[in-house]
Every structure is written in C-alpha cells, then in structure tokens.
Design a protein around this ligand. Structure first.
Ligand code: KIV
Ligand code: ZN
Length: 512
C-alpha cells in the first residue's frame, strides 16, 4: 500500500517571524518564500495581513509571486481581518485563509472575555464569511491542548459544516505531551462527522518543553495529515516544531511511518542557512539535522567507525539534507563562471546584476584571503545581497586604534539619500564606531548584546558580528561580516538599525 502524504505547512514567515528579535522585510520574505517553494513545502503561511502595512505587503508579494505552492494568510475570526487577508492573497495561485479563535477556558475568559457559545458562533460566522471568498479555509482552535475536548469537537464540527477544509489543533503554549496529544487527536478525529473524512487534521506545536517534534509525530500517528512547522524551529518563545526534524524523521524511519512528505530534502540545508542569514538567528551547533555539529564525529572511536563504514554512526547522510562535504571553494584565480556555479550549488538564485555585485566582492575578498569556503560565500551574499540597506547605508568606516592613541572612528553614512560624516572617540574601536553611528543616525537604541564569531579558521578569516539592539520597545538583531571585525561591527549595527526603522514604520497594530 502506498504511503499517505503529510502536508507540510511552513509558517517560518509568520510564526517564525514572531521569534524574539527576528524580522523580515518584504524582499527578505520573498527570498525565503522562493526557497520554501524549491524545498517543496505545500503551504507557505506568509504573514498576518491585518497586523501591519509591512505584513500585508509581504503576504501580497509572496502570494503574487509564488506559483508552486499554496500561500496562506492569518486572520482572526472576524470580517475585517478576513477581508484584509483576502485582499493580500486573492491573486495567489492557490490562496488559503487561515482563521483562528481561542477555545481554552483561560483564553476565552480572560483574553476574549467571551462565553464559549459566543466563541463558537463567531468562529462559524467567520468561516461562513470566508467560504464566500474561497473554499480553501483552515480553522485553528487556539490553545486547543488546554481546551475541553467536547467543546473542540463541537466547534470543529460546526466550522466544517460552515466550510473549513482543514482544522488545526494547536499546542499554542507547548504544554502537551506525546501520549496525551495522540489521544486527543485520535478522539477528535473519531468524533468528527464521518470520522473526519474529507477534512485534513492539522497540528501546530510549540517547543516550550522541547517536545514540538515528538508531539507532531504522535499526532501524525493518530491521523493528523498536516504539520505546521518552521525552518530551524524558529518561532514565538521557544519556537515551533522544526520542519527539518519532522521531515527527516519520516524519511529516515520509513518503517515507523505509513506517511511521507513532498519535501526535496537536499534543499533543507540551503533553507536553513538562508533563514538564519535573513533573521540573524544563529542555528545552535547541536541542532538536529542542520546544526554545525549534526554530522561531525568528534570521538576517536566514532571517527574510526565512520571511516570503516559510515552507517556505524550516521543514520542519514549529510548530502541527503543538502550539506556538501566539499566546502573548500576557490581562491583569487577562480573566475566568474566558477563563482556562478558555486552560488548555484549553494542554493542561491541571484539575478545577473546581483551575481556581478557578489563577484566583485568575492574578488576583493580573494585578494585578502587565500582560501574561500562555502561559509565565506554565504556571509558575502548575506552582506551584499540579502541585507538591503533600505534606510541607512554605510559608505565607509575608518578607525584609529592601538595601545597609544585614544581609539576613534570616522564614518560616512547615507540616510535615505542624505550623506552624513562624523567622528567620535570611544573606549575601543568598536565603541567609537557605534557612538559615531548613533550620532549620525540620531538613534537612541540600546545595545543589548554583541557577539563576534570567526566564520572559518585562520587569521585572515571573516569575522561575523551579531548585535541585538532595542529602542521604543522594539528589539532587533543585525549581522555583518568582514575580515576586519570593526567593519563587521559597523555593518551589523547598520543592519540592525535598518531592521529597527522598518519595524518602527510597520508597527503591528495587532499581534497573535
Ligand atoms: O500557536 C498558535 O496557536 C498559533 C495559531 C494562530 C495557529 O500560532
Ligand atoms: Zn503558533
């Protein structure tokens, strides 16, 4: 008997973007969406259109451009949200309205301040209204795992009758455990009209107890046929179930699952890197599937075993998730053609002018650095192509530092076309640079964290700086890379300020 398909609903651009510090502008969302399309996800949840102008524009752009998968937009269960979502989605190839309302006693009493019957009525009214726009409707019972099961069955039965094709049972606060979730999904399914025939049961697990993947797997075993997940497991608080873990569990253990996904697993690693570069959220080294150590064998006994037969300690190959073993790339003699091929191999799809821009920077880097690795190319593309300086652009930075002189920095920046120069002293070169940037941009932002990491080995390695800054209640992260750590720091701060400005101009009117 053939395996049943599990629909992969990716919410990196919506729940993932709710990760602390993460934010994506519309171009970044489209870039990630294109990679998700290549990865073969079935549904991309592109955002929450009512939330802000930026969110609306992001969902609209993704829906307008992406043709290979469904694009969903989130809406609370009311006409205003649904109309706004539909306006963003309507030109899409296969648009989906995803509407939700909370169903747990604690959410209904304190957050919604509504009686259960009124919640049910609102949900039905919203789904009926959405059904006048499209037949592709998903309904979520927010905080389902802390809801009463009889009420869930009532509300799901009613929204299915009203036109919902997918019913989602989220573990909003990451509270459930696999056995309990299994029973819940199984019981709801059994009690739905016709045993749930004709509707897809979906799950959406948060990772507060580190159980998001295990809970999603238990739900699949109980009959769920859609999993909502994110690349690298990013998302609200401790994140969402991680796409790569769910997909690779099903692929690596076909004996345990009678289901499969349509994911092109070799696109997992490029997707992971892109999401990390765009959001500024690093992947922890020991992260399953995509962490830097996921395929590294440290112990001598393990290394010996792997050399004799890879299967001794490897349950899947690095190649199967798109991790190329040959990470030594090229040097100053590598030509344009080889460079273009390399970036294609790494999963980037750049326009000709972007390739040209990246190639010029690559050549400059190759003059400074003897060997250029895949990770260097990633950093270079992130700095030159992905991180678009919409508001503030760094033209140059020059520093004076050492054991004798008082550290100082001179910078030229461009603020939406206006050129500004300035110089400041500081406790160190980085401090002087940050002070100058703050003066020139007039920002009152506070630096929360500053991290520097070398991208590859050697004294000529690129340094990658990540900063987290906060202003007016908004926290953002910024990254920058350069062979000089001070320049990397300036780039990171400027990147963070661009994100901050974007967020200020697109303040969410509502949040989920
Ligand atoms: O966690 C949650 O409940 C959600 C819903 C909006 C699906 O993100
Ligand atoms: Zn969620």
């Amino acid at each position: 008997m053939g395996k049943e398909k599990v629909i992969v609903f990716d919410t990196t651009l919506r729940d993932g973007e709710q990760s602390p510090g993460a934010s994506m502008n519309v171009e970044e969302k489209l870039m990630v969406a294109r990679q998700l399309e290549k990865l073969g996800v079935d549904v991309i949840e592109a955002g929450f259109p009512i939330a802000s102008e930026g969110d609306f524009a992001g969902v609209k752009l993704v829906a307008d451009e992406i043709r290979g998968c469904q694009v969903a937009g989130l809406a609370r269960a009311n006409r205003t949200d649904i109309d706004r979502a539909w306006e963003a989605l309507r030109a899409g190839a296969d648009p989906r309205i995803h509407t939700f309302i909370a169903t747990s006693p604690i959410h209904m009493k304190y957050k919604l301040q509504m009686e259960p019957d009124a919640v049910l009525e609102q949900a039905v009214e919203a789904v009926k209204y959405a059904a006048g726009l499209t037949s592709n409707i998903e309904f979520s019972a927010e905080d389902a795992t802390r809801s009463e099961i009889d009420f869930l069955v009532r509300i799901f039965t009613a929204v299915i009758e009203a036109g919902a094709r997918t019913i989602n049972i989220p573990d909003t606060v990451g509270y459930t455990v696999p056995k309990e979730y299994y029973s819940m999904i199984e019981e709801i399914r059994r009690r739905l009209p016709h045993g749930g025939d004709g509707v897809i049961i979906s799950v959406h697990c948060h990772n507060d107890l580190g159980l998001a993947t295990a809970n999603s797997i238990a739900a699949i075993e109980a009959g769920a046929r859609q999993v909502e997940c994110t690349i690298n497991g990013i998302g609200e608080r401790a994140g969402n179930a991680s796409l790569e873990e769910l997909v690779m569990a099903m692929r690596t253990r076909p004996d345990s699952f009678n289901c499969t996904t349509g994911i092109v697993t070799t696109q997992i690693y490029p997707a992971s890197r892109l999401v990390s570069q765009v959001t500024g959220i690093r992947v922890q080294p020991n992260k399953a599937i995509v962490g830097a150590n996921a395929f590294a064998h440290e112990s001598g006994i393990h290394q010996d075993g792997v050399l004799k037969n890879k299967l001794t300690y490897e349950i899947m190959t690095p190649e199967s998730v798109g991790l190329t073993q040959n990470s030594l790339v090229m040097g100053k003699h590598s030509g344009r053609h080889a460079f273009q091929e390399k970036i294609g191999d790494l999963g980037y799809e750049l326009k000709p002018d972007q390739v040209e821009k990246a190639f010029v920077v690559f050549k400059a880097l190759a003059d400074k650095k003897k060997e250029i690795f895949d990770e260097d190319i990633d950093a270079l593309i992130a700095d030159e192509i992905i991180r678009i300086p919409h508001y503030y652009k760094l033209n140059f930075v020059s520093i004076n530092s050492g054991t004798v002189a008082m550290p100082s920095a001179t910078l030229e920046i461009e603020n939406e076309g206006e050129i500004k120069h300035g110089a400041e002293f500081g406790d160190g070169a980085v401090d002087a640079v940050f002070k100058t940037i703050k003066k020139l941009t007039g920002t009152g932002s506070r630096l929360l964290t500053y991290e520097v990491k070398s991208i590859t080995g050697g004294a000529d390695a690129l340094g990658e700086v990540t900063v987290r800054i906060r202003e007016e209640g908004i926290t953002v992260m910024g990254q920058g890379a350069h062979t000089c750590v001070v320049v990397a720091s300036a780039r990171a701060y400027m990147n963070a300020l661009n994100k901050l400005e974007y967020k200020k101009r697109n303040r969410p009117r509502v949040t989920v």
